[in-house]
Structure formats: structure tokens, C-alpha cells
Design a protein around this ligand. Sequence first.
Ligand code: ZN
Length: 85
Amino acid sequence: MRKLSDNNLDHCRAALAQLNNYIDGELAAELCRDLDQHLANCPDCRIVFDPLTKTIKLYHAFREVLVELPPDVEARLLQQLVMRD
Ligand SMILES: [Zn+2]
């Protein structure tokens, strides 16, 4: 039960393959649940996903408020947010 099986590795690969869709919010609800479940049980993948999803959420929140900002300003703001974390 506690061995790191190849099966788990496959799940990791599958999870990482869904990363972009997950971030874009385009992942099917069922896949999303699988992914969340995997993340809950896999610290390795959480290390990869956590900062990303946090950043993306911030980004979306910011985009709603700061729609008028020039892209370079937006990029710098985003960078600051990431570095502060
Ligand atoms: Zn994993």
C-alpha cells in the first residue's frame, strides 16, 4: 500500500499532462475530480500544481479588476505576486 508503484507514476504523468487544461478551467468535471483526488494523495504533484493554481487564481482575479492595464504592467504585477509568495 505504501510503495511508490509504477501505477502511481502513471497517474502523475496523466495529472501533469492535464495541467494546462486544469489551469484553463477546461478540464471535464470528472477528470478534474480525478486530478484533485490524485493531488490530495500525491505530495509530488502538489508541489507542481499548488503554486501554479495559486498564481492562476490570482491572475484571473486580477484580470477582472485590472482589465485596462497594458500587458507589460500586468506581467510585472503578476511577477511580483509570484515572488512574494
Ligand atoms: Zn502524482
